[in-house]
Design a protein around this ligand. Structure first.
Ligand SMILES: NC(=O)c1ccc[n+]([C@@H]2O[C@H](COP(=O)([O-])OP(=O)(O)OC[C@H]3O[C@@H](n4cnc5c(N)ncnc54)[C@H](O)[C@@H]3O)[C@@H](O)[C@H]2O)c1
Length: 390
């Protein structure tokens, strides 16, 4: 009896131990980063391969950056919450570079610190290009807290994650809106930054966070202050497709194409009494292909413990009236134009002095030409009447 009882007990104990071991193994496998599971190339550093985390890579500029980086043999992880970007753009990129270890998409919100921490834990990033942001001046004056949260606070979280996980190179998307309305043109990198709307202020604060952190670390930092971005991939694979509900907030090129397609009745030029040659605002337009080239050069020149701050513009301003004329030529449509009063938060004249980036990064705008850049973008727009949903 005793013997049978003992045998039953020991069988029972064995079963318990087996069940506990299987459960423990299961938790171990689920909880371990992908590297331990051995499933992805993204989780391990590889000699000769630079793995770049591109935040906002489903957006307009971010997707063009990913395209170029993939072409140049970088390994890419896109992090995007798709609040404003397009899964269609990611699918185009995945279709072009389907090989394992080239491109992965991670759906996440940068404001979710826990999720971001896990993403850094599971992936071996060498550098970050931080594009993700809400980015409309008008919207920022109406919803300032959203802008400080999305731009400033999220950048802080991202930099913290980079510091914790030892990722030492950051290329940051900043903007000429951080300069506000300087008295002297052209704008150099030492022009005082006095932003006049929450968008510019939030970006300036994010820059300050990055710069202060860089003083206490050996992070390689490149801050690129873009002027007004236009155009799209010359080969027609990607384009600019903001959410329809953002049309009102939108940028001038989007409005111009919408007017040419008859989606909106015409163009509204806000402000004709600025102190500029024709009374309309003057802006420095930069083609997205040139802009991304500046990022690639910035990444190549990034050095531990060093900070580089660069304006990315052509150095030549064009008025809104000139822009509209170029848009009419590019689209072949005689767009109706209404002249309205000024929009709050806008400034009269903004153009860059690009000599620092010319000299130090050997970068110059080679593709930017108002008519040509708009013609290329218009071709994509005509072929994608529903954006990426086509
Ligand atoms: N477009 C311009 O003319 C211009 C000029 C100067 C600076 N910039 C800067 O360039 C960057 C990219 O701008 P864009 O024109 O491509 O804008 P976009 O809206 O097309 O792309 C931004 C991307 O970021 C994503 N995103 C936003 N918040 C996020 C969050 N919390 N978590 C994860 N993803 C998030 C969006 O879904 C979107 O895909 C922005 O930082 C913007 O401030 C743009």
């Amino acid at each position: 009896m005793d013997f049978m009882e003992n045998k039953r007990k020991s069988n029972f104990t064995r079963k318990i131990i087996l069940a506990a071991s299987i459960t423990a193994l299961f938790f171990f496998m689920v909880k371990r980063p992908a590297a331990i599971n051995g499933s992805t190339k993204f989780s391990q550093h590889e000699a000769g391969v630079t793995h770049v985390l591109v935040t906002g890579g489903a957006g307009y500029i971010g997707s063009h950056a990913v395209l170029r980086l993939l072409k140049d043999s970088y390994r890419i992880t896109i992090l995007d919450n798709l609040s404003r970007g397009n899964m269609g753009a990611v699918k185009v990129l995945q279709g072009l570079y389907p090989e394992p270890g080239r491109l992965q998409f991670v759906y996440a919100d940068l404001g979710d610190a826990e999720a971001v921490d896990k993403i850094f834990e599971r992936n071996a990033f060498d550098a970050v290009m931080h594009f993700a942001a809400v980015a409309y001046v008008g919207e920022s004056t109406a919803e300032p807290l959203r802008y400080y949260h999305n731009i400033t606070s999220n950048t802080l979280l991202l930099v913290k994650a980079m510091a914790k996980h030892g990722v030492k190179t950051l290329i940051y998307s900043s903007t000429c809106a951080t300069y506000g309305e300087p008295e002297k043109m052209p704008i150099t990198e030492t022009t005082p930054q006095v932003p006049i709307n929450p968008y510019g202020k939030a970006k300036k604060m994010a820059e300050d966070i990055i710069l202060d952190f860089s003083k206490t670390s050996n992070m390689a930092v490149m801050i690129l202050r873009y002027f007004n971005v236009i155009g799209s991939d010359p080969e027609g694979r990607l384009g600019e497709a903001p959410r329809p509900e953002l049309r009102e907030q939108g940028r001038i090129s989007g409005a111009c194409f919408d007017a040419a397609r008859g989606i909106i009745p015409g163009l509204k030029i806000r402000g004709t009494d600025y102190k500029t040659p024709d009374g309309t605002c003057v802006r420095d337009y930069i083609d997205v292909t040139d802009l991304i080239d500046a990022h690639v050069k910035a990444l190549a020149h990034a050095k531990p413990g060093k900070v580089g701050i660069y304006n990315v513009g052509t150095g030549k301003g064009s008025s809104v009236k000139e822009f509209v004329a170029a848009c009419k030529t590019a689209t072949g449509v005689d767009i109706k134009v209404d002249f309205l009063s000024r929009r709050p938060g806008d400034y009269a004249e903004v153009y860059s002095d690009p000599s620092k980036i010319n000299n130090e990064l050997n970068w110059t705008a080679r593709f930017t030409n108002l008519e040509e850049s708009l013609s290329i973008a218009w071709r994509w727009q005509k072929e994608h009447l529903n954006g990426y949903d086509n």
